[in-house]
Design a protein around this ligand. Sequence first.
Ligand SMILES: Cc1cc2nc3c(=O)[nH]c(=O)nc-3n(C[C@H](O)[C@H](O)[C@H](O)COP(=O)(O)OP(=O)(O)OC[C@H]3O[C@@H](n4cnc5c(N)ncnc54)[C@H](O)[C@@H]3O)c2cc1C
Length: 383
Amino acid sequence: MQLDLSADQVLIRDAVRDLCAREFGPQASSWDREAVVPRQAVARLAEQGFLGMAIPEDWGGVGYDSRTLLIVLEEIARVSAALAIMIAVHNSVGALPVFRFGTDEQRRRFLPRLVSRELAAFSLSEPGAGSDAGAIEATATRTEQHYVLRGSKNWVTNGEQAGVYLIFARTDKAVGSGGLTAFILERGTPGLVVGKAEDKMGLRGSDTVALSLEEVKVPLDQRLGAEGEGFKIAMSMLDAGRIGVAAQALGVMGAAFEESVRYAQQRRAFGQPIARQQAVQFKLAEMERRIQASRLLIWRAAWLKDTGQPYTREASMAKLYASEAATWVTHQAVQVHGGYGYVKEFAVERYYRDARVMEIYEGTSEIQRLVIARSLLKDGVKV
Ligand SMILES: Cc1cc2nc3c(=O)[nH]c(=O)nc-3n(C[C@H](O)[C@H](O)[C@H](O)COP(=O)(O)OP(=O)(O)OC[C@H]3O[C@@H](n4cnc5c(N)ncnc54)[C@H](O)[C@@H]3O)c2cc1C
């Protein structure tokens, strides 16, 4: 596994870092306050090709390997975790499944929009089915020309802005997770009703909505993959999505760490900078240790993916470790800032709120531990 970035990766990282710092950094806290990331921000990223990172050039994307995609997500998350999750969901679990599992006709129809301007959403969760995705109750009943979708979905990231939705519904009531099927729906399809955005603790600029499926007629040619393949499609996409969440966690904790180091060197107490206190130094050392360990796990999972090897377990390890590291690091960043860490004037307050959800979505920490344990008991230990 190569640890150095290639010359191209360095160029891309520096370009996205510069763009984010110049154009998004000054606005990120107002996006949080106003609970909206403006469409222009997504449009700016689209201009750079960042809506087509996982799509090959032949299909209009920029065809990045996983590590390059993760570097971009990390850089965006450094300034705005809300914008990063919008782009992560779009690339990893929105556009990519259309390419990976779609017919050529579906690719021709949907990919040009997705790589150039429209966000995609991924709608698996329901009010009664989160960790237990096999318990999905939304149904898709086949008629001669259509499937008719009925049910309720929730927690749909990008749901308010998306042009294209991947929706998972049950085509076979009798079979648990094997009875799920994926569909591609367009915004504005009659019966696809977008609910109001959740009032969240963090990631406030990214919209998260409920969807109501009220007798939605979906043409047969908008089924993604075969009937009964939905669960498999969702799980394989979540492997990629989980490394994306880990990269997002890396960006947020990296920003929190840098601000903590800067603050600790400036803030004086008892006649000297607080960075001279060993208790503060230990916090900073521990923050950096967890950040670097996270990066290694993330890059390892990406390397396995890019070299065509199984990576489910490593993706779960990267997601679990990095998300827990991010909640710890951002917690300590608030502590290092003292009272100033608790007010909105300092960004660490936002990072702390933003990091918390990373242990929850795309599979909770408990579910990641289950995935890792099941794999090590089935496939053996790797040490
Ligand atoms: C901001 C945000 C954005 C989201 N975006 C999306 C999206 O775009 N698309 C989408 O489909 N979903 C999305 N989700 C949903 C998210 O993936 C779920 O919230 C998550 O999978 C957990 O499901 P749940 O909320 O139903 O919790 P539950 O599954 O009810 O879990 C509750 C608690 O029980 C624990 N638990 C459950 N089962 C087990 C078990 N077997 N062993 C041990 N512990 C267990 C969990 O770990 C958790 O601590 C989003 C959620 C949030 C908060």
